[in-house]
Write a protein that binds this ligand. Structure first.
Ligand code: GLA
Ligand code: ZN
Length: 677
């Protein structure tokens, strides 16, 4: 449970009373209560108000806000306000301002704008967190701490450069080891002194905003270093807070598939993971599902917080469609189904000025409760109240795991060849989507995660194989597990240095193949995967594209071969028996039809259970606790659809209707089914 003081699914979101006059505040509370809101995230962007100058702190308005909310039974997720520094600080202490990728010193402006290695930030941000904790740690309203906001972006200033050298010293010990890791004999880059090392940006090794680099080793380490620097910022604030409070969890809101931070490292440092869900208009619902599962995976499956979502529309997309009636509720429950114990919004009241005034809110500009959005929010608030503590703390049990790794993602993105079309997230999603459609739960795991409770582990495009990972995969497979990997795997180590002796390097023995060459074609050019025989649900021909490993079997069974080009007849799908298990290699980027049939084959072979059978677009996820299972049935279609339970009888705990066998669910409706005897 996130906090025993509020033993239900938390409901609320970002609240900025500092943007409003007093008479509105009373009205806010009235409307919050009407909407069933019980948590307000406050003080997210108020550093300049709380600290008007060097040694002056003014908590009077925050005192009032917290007291006023609490009097009305609304708890507080207390933010530390450090995601945007005050203008006076930027003026007096230029070191707090970032230097951007182009090497330009930023002026004051925007947010997430502080250099993570700025002495000024390192002094004042933790100091503010400490003062807040000192003042409010005993306040009964405070149920969670929210450090900064959406840590974001890199800095390339001189302080970062110096700190980078220190970080490198800690990682490598000697300059010789750095030279080795970065292969600096290439292009005569040998470094003799730490001071010769500079930040990689447009002025040195990178171009196209950092999408390209001359030295993958340098660029990878800079990403690790910047991610660590920001994480260090988080930890400094967290530790100040922890000095005063042990029981109230500390978090910071992450951004799902955001590229620049290694969230698996971050998850370890957070008491509870929280994240902000803003799907674009073309984001598949299964991508959102995957992202929820990834966020849950950051802490090995513990429930997380949905810290933000919009009640209606966003403002920063190109086209900010309204959430259709029912969609806000549907997506809220989707988050809960995947492990969220909170449903929170940005924002509770829509601001009147600046860039987010057209961003959705529980309370719209009209200011009253007679709006579609408010009514939908209030209906959900009521429902979550009735749900009480039923599902919170419950867990998802998966037999299938998909590995995801940020450093691998960076390395693939920076690889310079063989193809710019390779999209790691999309390749991962293909596999996720296939199991999603079968209503088979999946855990999104780090490469470090314990594997032995899984039947199947899939590591799409495991380009970078970190130390120990190959051995753990071998042990997993030897003990009866099924391992699946794809083209362009096993190529480099943690420093992006190629493993010699033939691809896929450290995975070669496990998958029982050798990849001699890798072809890369313009993505509209397809090859075929021709099944040698029917294999489970796989038969006939599928298409594949993008990258094509030219592989030779070294003991693996050949299940499919390429249909065309000069490598027609060479293997494209293989299965290698390994100990009590098996390892598959998919040598090219397969179409979704193949991946779907492959997942179906694995399902049949391994007798994996679908939670329920359902029509397309009806998502089914289950959470369990104390021997009880809650089956979420989420109809993403706008029309009625079908699903089918086993022979047992189920109660929809949201309505008390019962279901057995063939059943229907209205469009955009959500059921939470519990088995009854
Ligand atoms: C992010 C931020 C919020 C707000 C929303 C708008 O998630 O954390 O402060 O800007 O986006 O979508
Ligand atoms: Zn900097």
């Amino acid at each position: 449970m996130i906090n025993e003081r509020l033993p239900k699914i938390w409901y609320g979101g970002d609240y900025n009373p500092e943007q409003w006059d007093q008479e509105i505040w009373i009205e806010d509370n009235r409307m919050f209560k009407l909407a069933g809101i019980d948590v307000a995230t406050v003080n997210v962007f108020a550093w300049a108000i709380i600290q008007p100058s060097e040694n002056e702190y003014d908590f009077s308005s925050l005192d009032q806000t917290i007291d006023r909310l609490y009097q009305d039974g609304i708890y507080v997720c207390l933010a530390t306000s450090t995601a945007a520094h005050p203008a006076w600080m930027a003026k007096r202490y230029p070191d707090i301002r970032r230097v951007d990728f182009e090497g330009r010193k930023r002026k004051f402006g925007g947010r997430h704008n502080s250099c993570p290695n700025s002495p000024t930030l390192l002094k004042y941000a933790p100091r503010l967190a400490g003062k807040l904790a000192e003042r409010y740690h005993n306040h009964p309203a405070v149920v969670a701490w929210h450090v900064s906001n959406e840590y974001w972006g890199y800095c390339y200033c001189d302080n970062c450069e110096k700190a980078f050298r220190v970080w490198l010293k800690n990682r490598y010990g000697t300059i010789e080891a750095v030279n080795k890791a970065w292969n600096t004999a290439f292009w005569g880059h040998t470094f003799y002194d730490w001071d010769e090392i500079v930040t990689p940006n447009i002025l040195s090794e990178e171009w196209e905003g950092g999408r390209n680099t001359n030295f993958q080793g340098i660029s990878l380490d800079y990403r690790r270093f910047q991610s660590d620097s920001l994480l260090e910022n988080f930890k400094l604030e967290r530790d100040r807070i922890k000095k005063y409070t042990k029981d109230v969890p500390v978090t910071t809101n992450l951004m799902g598939l955001y590229d620049e931070l290694d969230y698996f490292k971050w998850g370890k440092e957070m008491d509870v993971v929280s994240w902000d869900n803003y799907p674009s208009i073309d984001t598949p619902v299964s991508m959102t599902a995957m992202t929820h599962d990834l966020m849950r995976g950051l802490k090995s499956g513990l429930p997380f917080m949905l810290m933000e979502q919009t009640p209606s529309q966003q403002n920063w997309q190109a086209y900010n469609a309204l959430k259709r009636p029912g969609v806000m509720r549907l997506w809220s429950y989707q988050a809960v189904a995947h492990g969220a114990d909170t449903v929170m919004f940005f924002q509770l009241r829509r601001s009147i000025g600046a860039t987010e005034k057209y961003h959705g809110a529980v309370i719209e500009h009209v200011g009253h409760e007679h709006t579609r959005v408010f009514k939908e929010c209030a209906a959900l608030g009521k429902e979550l109240n009735l749900l009480g503590d039923k599902v919170i703390g419950s867990r998802i049990k998966a037999k299938v795991a998909i590995m995801f790794d940020w450093e691998n993602r960076w390395a693939i993105g920076l690889s310079s060849g063989p193809s710019v079309a390779l999209d790691y997230v999309k390749e991962v999603h293909k596999f996720y989507d296939a199991f999603y459609k079968l209503n088979i739960p999946v855990d999104m795991i780090s490469v470090e995660e314990e594997l032995n409770h899984y039947d199947i582990v899939i590591a799409p495009v495991l380009y970078m194989v970190k130390e120990g990972v190959a051995d753990r995969l071998k042990t997993f497979t030897k003990n009866g597990g099924t391992f699946i990997t794809t083209f362009f795997s096993g190529i480099v180590n943690e420093s992006d240095l190629v493993t010699l002796g033939g691809y896929p390097g450290e995975l070669r023995e496990l998958v029982g193949i050798w990849a001699e060459e890798i072809d890369a074609l313009e993505p509209s050019i397809k090859n075929e995967m021709v099944m040698v025989d029917r294999y489970g649900a796989l038969s006939g021909t599928y298409t594949c594209s993008t990258l094509f490993d030219l592989i030779h079997s070294e003991g693996a069974d050949v299940l499919a071969t390429y249909g065309s080009d000069f490598y027609a007849g060479m293997p494209v799908l293989t299965k290698n028996r390994y100990g009590a298990g098996a390892a598959y290699y998919i040598a090219s980027s397969p179409d979704q039809v193949f991946v779907d049939a492959f997942a179906q084959t694995l399902k049949d072979e391994q007798k994996l259970a679908s939670i329920l059978e359902s029509d397309q677009g009806v998502e089914v996820v289950a959470r369990e606790k104390n021997g009880k299972r809650f089956i979420f049935v989420l109809n993403h279609n706008d029309k009625e659809a079908n699903f089918k339970t086993d022979n047992k009888k189920y109660l929809n705990i949201l309505t008390n209707n019962t279901y057995q066998g063939d059943s229907t669910i209205p469009g955009r409706e959500v059921f939470i089914l519990e088995e009854i005897n």
